[in-house]
Design a protein around this ligand. Structure first.
Ligand code: ARG
Length: 455
């Protein structure tokens, strides 16, 4: 393709280090789409004769059919998907294939192909996020009233509802979706027609190619267009943050599936056995979601370090943009699908959750709040009184709502029998009706709102 000024071919290792076809063949659909749009524009603008443009378009269909049927052959001599496709086109239609690359460089070509690929990948992630969200909303609805201990410092803090806990993940997933959607909107400008770096003297119609490829407009600066990989970094950033969220839920599943917690039992489909310990049910999928988040973040760091300090415009370093994006996308797809499967099929052991919520003096704040409300006690003093009540419960070996009234009154005379109305975990969660609080009524309202936004 570029042999004109060379007397010798490349060294074998040169060929190997230079070639991207082993991985960029994954973009063949986008490459064909870009070429179709380009040649249609060349024909319409009279840059290439209409019959040549038509022959090239038909040839591209043939090449695409071949790729579809047999895959993309890897020939290192052809360097990348762009040259491979052009070579196949020449095999199919002869020398007229050479007109396709008029007013185009591989630099604007690869930027366009990769943007199209990342856009498709983003759409796939958005669909997968929506599926996970649907699963979370369904399980949250089922458990809008189920009480579990809420933790801070992984210590029992206050009772919450499981529905509320699951809806916290809905919020994260919704932010992830909006990040991917923002990225898609921001990146949707077409680099094609920027040529190598300076633009082209041919009378190209960049608005036509942009529209044909579903972009909102052409990019505004040719130097930026061929050297910008923000769209890939944005994808990786959103993917890393999403994976980070998934890893937190995964960690909770791992923890909750452990015997001391016993909050969940993962379904057979999402557990593995041990080759030596017959009793084992290991949460491997959750552990791998937790682990993959690290690899996905590694992909982000990889591309950031590649791009850092690169002078304008294109440098071959940028060919290394694709493997981390492909890897992150594959891993994220697995994580989202596995997490959706786990959420759909996990059994929540609400009896265990309730038992633990009742055991950790988790309604101590409710007692303090009651003293403030009913006894007009300053909160700091109420906190102290409640601390003594907890100590009494601990000494008696009972939960807070089982401490005899006489014992409570010995600590503070302002306490009366009405206090027992607020000391149960159900009363506690039902009382948390502040906007965004854990009360079952709030959880149901949040689910309705989330479904409304989805519809
Ligand atoms: N395979 C290259 C890449 O992925 C295509 C662009 C090559 N451009 C060049 N001037 N060598 O970045």
């Amino acid at each position: 393709m570029w042999g004109g000024r060379f007397a010798e071919g490349p060294a074998a290792v040169m060929r190997e280090i230079n070639a991207s076809i082993p991985f960029d063949k994954r973009m063949w659909r986008q490459d064909i789409a870009g070429s179709r749009a380009h040649v249609a524009m060349l024909g319409a603008q009279g840059i290439v004769a209409p019959e040549d443009a038509a022959a090239i378009a038909a040839g591209l269909d043939q090449v695409a059919a071949g790729y579809e049927a047999d895959g993309v052959p890897v020939d290192l001599a052809l360097e990348d998907i762009h040259m491979a496709t052009e070579a196949r086109l020449a095999d199919a239609i002869g020398p007229v294939a050479g007109r396709l690359h008029t007013a185009r460089s591989r630099n604007d070509q690869v930027a366009t192909d990769f943007k199209l690929w990342v856009r498709d990948a983003t759409d796939q992630v958005l669909a997968a996020l929506s599926a996970l969200d649907t699963a979370l909303l369904a399980r949250a609805e089922e458990h809008a009233d189920s009480v579990m201990p809420g933790f801070t410092h992984l210590q029992s803090a206050q009772p919450v509802t499981l529905g509320h806990h699951l809806m916290a993940y809905h919020e994260m997933i919704a932010r992830d979706a909006s990040r991917f959607a923002d990225n898609r909107a921001r990146a949707n400008l077409c680099p094609l027609g920027s040529a190598a770096l300076a633009g082209t003297g041919f009378p190209v119609d960049r608005h036509a190619t942009a529209a044909a490829l579903g972009f909102d407009a052409p990019t505004r600066n040719s130097l930026d267009a061929v050297s910008d990989r923000d769209f890939a970094l944005d994808y990786l950033m959103a993917a890393s943050q999403c994976a980070l969220h998934l890893s937190r839920l995964a960690e909770e599943f791992v923890l909750w599936a452990s015997q001391p917690f016993g909050f969940v039992s993962l379904s057979d489909q999402w557990s593995t056995g041990s080759s030596i310990m017959p009793q084992k049910r290991n949460p491997d999928a959750a552990e791998l979601v937790r682990g993959h988040a690290g690899r996905i973040t590694g992909c982000l760091v990889s591309l950031m370090v590649t791009m850092k300090g690169l002078p304008l415009a294109y440098s071959k370093d940028m060919q290394d943009d694709k493997p981390p994006v492909f890897e992150a996308h594959d891993l994220l797809g697995l994580c989202l699908a596995a997490m959706t499967g786990m959420v759909e099929s996990v059994t929540f052991r609400t009896d265990r959750m309730r038992g633990l919520a009742e055991s950790g003096f988790a309604t101590a704040t409710d007692l303090a709040d009651w003293l403030v409300r009913e006894g007009d006690v300053p909160f700091r003093e109420a906190h102290h009184i409640t601390g003594r009540a907890v100590a009494r419960a601990e000494a008696l070996g009972v939960t807070l709502d089982r401490v005899p009234l006489a014992d409570l009154q010995a600590i503070d005379a302002r306490i009366d029998a009405r206090v027992f109305d607020v000391l149960s975990v159900d009363a506690s969660v039902a009382s948390r009706t502040s906007f965004g609080g854990t009360a079952p009524a709030n959880v149901r309202a949040a689910i309705r709102a989330a479904r409304g936004e989805k519809a």
